[in-house]
Write a protein that binds this ligand. Structure first.
Ligand SMILES: [Zn+2]
Length: 336
């Protein structure tokens, strides 16, 4: 990865900004993201905002928390913490395609990596499985349709199992990931953790259908579901819940996608697929309303309502024992 100095030099060469102006811009971006990315990561974002691509030349070893959409030639060492089932689908033109999603962590964050077709063989033959440490070369990062960033592995790039490396944790390590716990009244844009109750669920359709191949939303037509890229597909059902979370200091609009919606409701999307919207929303309310959750996510401005909302990255049901221990540890740390 470029050092901060190198990033500033690169941008300076190609723009009229002074070093100091660039440094201030990067610092501001870094603060906006409340420590989610390093200063170098913020530097890349500033470069991207100005329209300069720093990302094409060097192969860069990165931490997951520093990966932003648009980066290319990323080199990454991480642990596999989840593998999805291998799904088959029909490609346009009749050929079969296959996909399997990996979730990776290096302790600083989690990121999804879909494997396609031949790449899936690594999973199928058990060459890569949960808990393995892998090295991936030459991947790129793009916006996920579900919010956040995901990786893409070009056809000629490699994912390789390497020897176990104890320095790579088995899950995201909370401290240092930038998800600082705050009260809702103190939230601003960035990444935060909040604890609160779901006090309202909006009456919007909780199901949406996506293409199993590219995961874009599909359109419902007379002939079934159609992806703009892959033609007629057997779509996947995904759940989305939008509601209000309140922690006693304030409340915030919260959006839960897919696994997060599943955790919040304890429901599988297939359960909802034969219900009317009203029935589905009622069932969701019965299961989730009033429950207390710990939520980590990206706080962003909702452009329509001009208020903050949280796009949830991870939600957990409140575990009283864990919470008590957390508070006790904090108190102990203060008295030391
Ligand atoms: Zn598609």
């Amino acid at each position: 990865m470029f050092s901060l100095e190198e990033i500033i030099t690169e941008i300076e060469k190609k723009t009229k900004f002074s070093r100091n102006q660039l440094y201030q811009k990067i610092k501001k971006k870094h603060e906006e993201l409340s420590g989610l990315v390093s200063m170098e990561g913020a530097g890349h974002l500033v470069a991207r905002d100005i329209g300069i691509n720093l990302l094409t030349t060097k192969k860069r070893a990165l931490k997951i928390k520093d990966i932003v959409s648009g980066m290319k030639h990323i080199k990454l060492k991480a642990r596999v913490i989840q593998t999805s089932e291998i799904r088959e689908f029909d490609r346009k033109g009749g050929k079969k395609g296959r996909v399997c999603n990996l979730i990776l962590t290096d302790g600083t964050g989690e990121i999804r990596l879909p494997l396609w077709d031949k790449q899936v063989g690594m999973i199928e033959e058990n060459k890569i499985k949960v808990d393995d440490v892998v090295e991936i070369k030459n991947v790129f990062a793009k916006d996920s349709v579900f919010g956040g960033v995901e990786l893409g592995l070009p056809r000629l790039s490699r994912i390789e199992k390497i020897g176990d490396d104890e320095s790579i944790p088995h899950r995201v390590v909370v401290s240092g990931t930038g998800f600082k716990r705050v009260q809702i009244k103190d939230l601003k844009e960035g990444n935060y953790e909040i604890r609160g109750n779901l006090v309202q669920v909006f009456n919007i359709n909780p199901l949406f259908q996506t293409c199993p191949e590219c995961r874009a939303k599909v359109d419902k037509t007379e002939n079934g579901f159609v992806c703009s890229k892959h033609g007629k597909v057997e779509p996947q059902n995904n759940m989305i819940i939008s509601g209000i979370v309140d922690d006693g200091t304030a409340s915030i609009r919260s959006v839960f996608f897919r696994d997060q919606a599943k955790t919040v409701t304890g429901l599988d999307p297939s359960v909802l697929s034969n219900m009317s919207q009203e029935e589905a929303i009622n069932l969701i309310k019965e299961n989730a309303l009033g429950n207390e959750f710990i939520i980590r996510g990206r706080i962003q401005k909702n452009k329509i309502f001009d208020t903050l909302e949280v796009v949830v990255n991870r939600v957990e049901n409140l575990d009283i024992e864990k919470e008590s221990n957390k508070i006790i540890n904090e108190i102990n740390a203060l008295s030391e």
